[in-house]
Write a protein that binds this ligand. Structure first.
Ligand SMILES: O=C(O)CCC(=O)C(=O)O
Ligand SMILES: [Fe+2]
Length: 331
């Protein structure tokens, strides 16, 4: 069934169809792998323990109350919605740094039912890459703007880290609230649809470069989880409801996959990085094709590398032999 999101008529917005659900494939590794290649995502409906999701969500509710942009919810369930009360967004922390500072994800992923789900899915222990975005997106004020935040693939921003994007709605996200919209069946070629800009960064994917009949979304509920292939084009859809859109996006892989080094910079130059993790020191070379990046996903070249990455800062490094393919901050 094609559902058209409510749209300002002057702005182009594709018709979307329902996401597939992949619940029936859990336990069948070959079928899961095939769907991963073919569909470019796994969507599992109602698989995450709702109490655990609720405890995670409480961090968002606390922050929204602190910001005075929602009325105190007390013991009311916030699974359906948290209404925006119209409070000022002038100092609103759009990237949710106060939640990031509390680092609520380790407590969540180590809750037994959550860990059990991912262990069963991977038939291996999950490895959580500490790249996490905490989103509490208020209603979009300017309704004349496009509802498409920016079509992108995560792959070209983190080349060489074979993680899966793990997008977790923390309350209902319906078509008005927006949420994530993806293009199905575009990942198997591992092809970047991003136009390259002059400095080697990635420009946004153009809507016209994605076949119009590929777009998928659904009404997401707390308990659902969407895992997405690095090569699947996707975008956030802006919020046209009167509620906050609450989600967390994380990156996960199986311990048996080629996991990146997660550690702190010991020493860095334009040509190398030495990093310390639990297993000791590792030195990797950096060359002009290494995607050394900042928090905004921009590629850093030459002196910009050591202006941004310093001894003591946290990094995630993917590598091939002794060459770094990506050097990135967690956030
Ligand atoms: O939630 C969103 O708005 C976008 C999420 C996203 O791009 C991602 O999880 O990779
Ligand atoms: Fe993304």
């Amino acid at each position: 069934m094609a559902t058209q999101l409510k749209e300002t008529p002057s702005i182009e917005f594709p018709a979307t169809q329902e996401l597939k659900t992949h619940n029936h494939l859990i336990g069948d590794k070959a079928a899961l792998d095939a769907a991963w290649e073919q569909d470019g995502y796994w969507f599992f409906r109602d698989v995450l323990d709702k109490d655990a999701v609720g405890r995670l969500r409480q961090n968002w509710i606390d922050e929204l109350e602190t910001q005075k942009v929602i009325d105190p919810v007390g013991s009311a369930s916030t699974e359906k919605s948290v209404c925006y009360n119209g409070g000022s967004l002038e100092h609103y922390p759009f990237r949710m740094d106060p939640i990031a500072a509390k680092r609520p994800w380790p407590a969540f992923v180590t809750e037994k039912p959550i860990n059990d789900f991912f262990t069963r899915l991977f038939q291996d222990d999950p490895f959580w890459v500490p790249v996490v975005e905490y989103r509490a997106t208020p209603p979009q004020q300017d309704r004349s703007k496009s509802r498409i935040d920016g079509i992108h693939q995560d792959g070209p921003y983190s080349p060489g880290i074979p993680f899966r994007i793990c997008w977790i709605p923390l309350a209902e996200i319906d078509s008005e609230t927006g949420g994530l919209m993806l293009a199905e069946g575009m990942a198997s070629g591992r092809e970047s649809y991003h136009p390259k800009t002059e400095n080697g960064s990635n420009g946004s994917i153009r809507l016209e470069d994605i076949p119009a009949d590929r777009w998928r979304r659904t009404t997401y509920q707390a308990g659902d989880v969407l895992l997405m292939n690095l090569w699947t084009p996707h975008t956030g859809v802006t919020n046209h409801s009167d509620r906050f859109r609450l989600s967390m996006d994380h990156r996960v892989m199986a311990v048996g996959d080629k996991c990146p080094i997660v550690g702190t910079v010991e020493d860095i130059s334009e040509n190398h990085v030495t990093v310390r993790d639990a297993s000791g020191l590792h030195t990797l070379s950096i060359d002009p094709d290494t995607y050394v990046r900042n928090t905004m996903g921009q590629k850093l070249n030459g002196p910009a590398i050591t202006e941004f990455h310093k001894a003591g800062s946290e990094v995630i490094i993917a590598y091939d032999g002794d060459r770094a393919s990506v050097v990135r901050p967690p956030h």
